[in-house]
Design a protein around this ligand. Sequence first.
Ligand SMILES: [Fe+2]
Ligand SMILES: [Fe+2]
Length: 160
Amino acid sequence: MEGNAKVIETLNEVLAAEITAINQYFVHAKMCENWGYQLLYDDTEKRAFDEMKHAEKVIERILYLEGIPIITKQDKINIGKTVEEQVKNDYALEKGAIVRLQKSITLCNNLGDAGSSDLLEHILLDEEQHANDLESYLQQIKDMGINNFLVTQVNKKEKS
Ligand SMILES: [Fe+2]
Ligand SMILES: [Fe+2]
C-alpha cells in the first residue's frame, strides 16, 4: 500500500533514532560487562534488543508503505565514560525519543495513517518504560551515592 511521503519520512527519523539507541546501548552494555557490573550489563543489553525489535517493526512498516528504509543515518551517539554518565546519556536519549514519537504520532493521525500511529504508540509505551527504568537508576544514585549503587550492580556468580 503506497504510504504518504511525510509518514515515510517521519518513520525514517524514528528508525534513525532506534539505530542510534541500539549502538549507544550496546556499547554501554559491553562497557558495563567489562567493568563487572553484570546486572547493568543485562539490563542495558536487553534495552538494546528492545530497540532492535522497534527498528525491525519500523522497517517492516516503511516497506509496507512502499518506502525505502534508511539505515545509514543515525543521530549523535553519546557514550558515557562512567556508569553515571551512561545512565544520564541513555535517559536523555529516551526523553528525546519520546518527544519525537509523540510528534510523529500526531503527524500520522493528521494524515489519516492510523496503522503507523498505532505502531508508534506501542513503541512509545516501551520508551516510556525505558525512561522510567533509567529514572529509577538516577534516583538510586542520588539517594545512595554512586559507590553504593554500583555495589548493587555486581552479581558475582555462585560457585558450585
Ligand atoms: Fe526504541
Ligand atoms: Fe528505548
